[in-house]
Design a protein around this ligand. Sequence first.
Ligand code: CP
Ligand code: NVA
Length: 319
Amino acid sequence: MKKDFLSILDISHNELEALLREAARLKRLRAKGTPHDILRGKTLAMIFEKSSTRTHISFEVGMHDLGGHALFLSTKDLQVGRGEDVKDTARVASRYVSAVMVRAYRHSTIEEFARNATIPVINGLSDREHPCQLLADILTIREHFGSLRDLRVAWIGDGNNVCNSLILSSALTGMEISVAGPKGYLPKRSVINRARSLGGRIHVTASPYAAAKDAHIIATDTWISMGDEAERDQRLAAFKGYIVDENLLAHADPGARVLHCLPAHRGEEISAAVIDGKQSLVWDEAENRLHAQKALLIRLLSKTGERKTKGGGQRSTSR
Ligand code: CP
Ligand code: NVA
């Protein structure tokens, strides 16, 4: 069976542990300049329906580091942007490349792609989740704190895609997550219930101070995600008071660190003093996208991750 990575819960606790170890190993190899072309001859298609800096660069450089090749494909240029079926695109891409990363507005688009692809599909951000971001965030937290268990994470702001993946990841890591946001912008009950049913410890409050109290990690993201631009004024008004600034950080544990997946908007969801300050792990977090995704690509494209046979399409060549 091929493996997909559409949700952070597509991996188990043990798989996450192995992936973090592998990411740390790959990071050391890269720092030493030791070649690690484990995916020689493999190809990754990267399909983008929305903008990207980190996801695009880290996947492309990651495939290069691993001896493979990545193709940047914008839906502005692909036929799917002119109405070709997602399922036909998935079937065709499966005949050319070893894996596909898709960044789409709707999660259902990525699911449809994955259902029709015979190769691994990676969610590079949808309206529901950003699982690759969470791999990097968890790697960053573990690098800094040494272990994940019993750490308290406060998510301040929009209950969005990144927040959903963080909430669900609690079931894998044991970290306790407190989400603070205004009414109407809190994460969906279904996401919270799913995480809780799997053992995740999740708290929800309207008070950023209650969430931040004694937290080891304060995380936030833009108040206006891609696709939300038409609601800009209404969102800026709703999130007033939810900025991660020095005042809020003073309520956290003295050793607390700050995460933001980027792009950031200084003066909106985070202050310049915090993102550019001593407690910020944001730049390590961005770098760790590269190492975490390389580990993910190796996992998905290793022998057991070979494509399943679907629709009569036998694997004819080694990709
Ligand atoms: N954090 C993140 O996914 O950044 P990009 O939108 O630049 O890829
Ligand atoms: N929540 C943001 C994340 C960007 C990486 C968005 O969806 O635009």
